[in-house]
Design a protein around this ligand. Structure first.
Ligand SMILES: [Zn+2]
Length: 431
């Protein structure tokens, strides 16, 4: 058995891999894995798989055939590599999504050229989250070079569709046991949540559509019909007067960043009523017989999905009590429960120690306002020891001129490596 490498030795090995880390990040950005529709997944997975295979990983390509969004034109190809050490032990899994959102407008650089300016690499996906993926690969490779017969196993996966829910990605793999014990003990998702923050979880999501039904009539005699738009207006009035003030009072104990997101929130996603907006020409004189509203409700660990639903139904029923002709239907579109990993988890403690050692300041524990793939690891995989930790600034995600800092990536890779020693060695002494 080789001995446990010193952390200083490991950290300098990662600093020395700077050029390699930059090259890998740029190679990943140059594959435009835009989702939707889910372009370039196979070549991106192959780039990752080929590199891991060279380092001795056993590599599997898992296409979510027939899954949501999968087609021969846009195959949902995931990649997962695993390497066993020299003795039994824990398994640490690094999971990154390989998809990026469309670049949109406002860029001053080519979003897929991976241009460099000073310490920054620019491109769609640079921070969310190809920089994090590259950092985790380089961290693992440095560890393997110094400690080839470490106890345990390490896995690295590149998965699809996080930006559209992750159903053909992490959820697909989790349903097949890839994110459960005994195969895996700890999962780190290198999402861009700042190099000094450990992200313990995220708020819940409840999306629903409310459709108010009216009765059509001639627009010159609206009293002969029932306007669905006026009915919806009454519902919106209840939301403004009753719901928003209540939500603004509900503060969570979850350490959500930014702090304004530490409350329950509701976004009115879209509203359509009356004539179809695609209809060309002059509007016909009609009373609206239908109006639809999409609600995007984000809720807290202190709330339940049932309470969230009951609250909306309560407002709809209150409108009906006041307006006898008010008819509605509520359709639930999507929901995700909030998740929070225990701050006492060995995984969190190991990352905390790594941050202190590498950055010389205490780690901050945070939670994300929106969801990410941790939901599938916890809900489907039943694995509690899962967090997000990675380089990059969350605010840059999905923005024009997205970039990742090279020093940030190196620091995050060093934190990951230091945490791996703690978790695999099992002494937990931080030495
Ligand atoms: Zn992301």
């Amino acid at each position: 058995m080789t001995t446990v490498p010193s952390k200083d030795h490991l950290l300098s090995r990662i600093a020395d891999a700077r050029d390699d880390l930059v090259a890998l990040t740029r190679d990943l950005i140059r594959i435009p894995t835009i989702n939707p529709p889910g372009d370039g997944y196979a070549p991106c997975s192959e780039l990752i798989g080929a590199r891991l295979a060279q380092r001795g990983f056993t590599v599997e390509y898992l296409r979510a055939e027939g899954g949501l969004g999968d087609s021969d034109r846009y195959p949902r190809t995931n990649v997962i590599g695993r390497i066993e050490g020299g003795a039994p032990g824990r398994c640490i899994h690094f999971n990154s999504h390989i998809d990026v959102v469309a670049p949109g407008s406002g860029w001053t650089v080519d979003p897929f050229a991976a241009e460099m300016r000073g310490d920054r690499i620019y491109g769609r996906g640079a921070c969310d989250m190809k920089g994090g993926l590259a950092a985790s690969i380089v961290a693992v490779e440095a560890l393997l070079s110094l400690w080839p017969d470490f106890p345990g196993a390490i896995e690295i996966s590149g998965t699809v569709d996080e930006e559209t829910g992750g159903y053909a990605g992490v959820a697909f793999l989790a349903e097949r046991g890839y994110f459960s014990r005994p195969r895996v003990d700890y999962v780190i998702i290198p999402e861009p949540l700042h190099k000094d923050c450990v992200c313990l979880g995220h708020r819940g999501v409840w999306w629903a559509e409310v459709e108010v039904a009216g009765r059509i009539a001639h627009g010159s005699m609206p009293f002969l019909g029932t306007s669905a738009i006026r009915g919806m207006g009454a519902f919106l009035d209840k939301i403004e007067r009753d719901l928003y003030p209540a939500l603004n009072q509900r503060r969570t104990t979850m350490p959500v960043i930014p702090e304004d997101a530490r409350f329950s929130t509701l976004n009115l996603n879209s509203i359509h009523g009356g004539l179809d907006e695609t209809e060309a020409g002059f509007p016909a004189a009609l009373v609206a017989d239908s109006c639809r509203l999409v609600l995007d409700r984000r809720y807290l660990i202190e709330e339940s999905e049932e309470e969230v639903r009951r609250e909306i139904v309560g407002l709809l029923e209150a409108v009906r009590a006041e307006r006898p002709d008010f008819r509605y239907e509520l359709r639930e579109l999507w929901s995700v429960p909030p998740v929070m990993t225990d701050a006492d988890s060995p995984l969190v403690r190991a990352l905390d120690r790594g941050i202190e050692q590498v950055l010389g300041r205490p780690a901050r524990h945070v939670a994300s306002p929106g969801t990410y793939d941790q939901k599938h690891v916890q809900r489907v995989g039943q694995l509690r020891d899962c967090v997000a930790y990675g380089p990059g600034i969350l605010d840059l995600a999905h923005q024009p001129d997205e970039y990742v800092g090279i020093d940030d990536m190196i620091a995050a890779a060093q934190v990951m490596a230091a945490a791996m020693i703690d978790l695999l060695d099992g002494t937990g002494d931080g030495g």
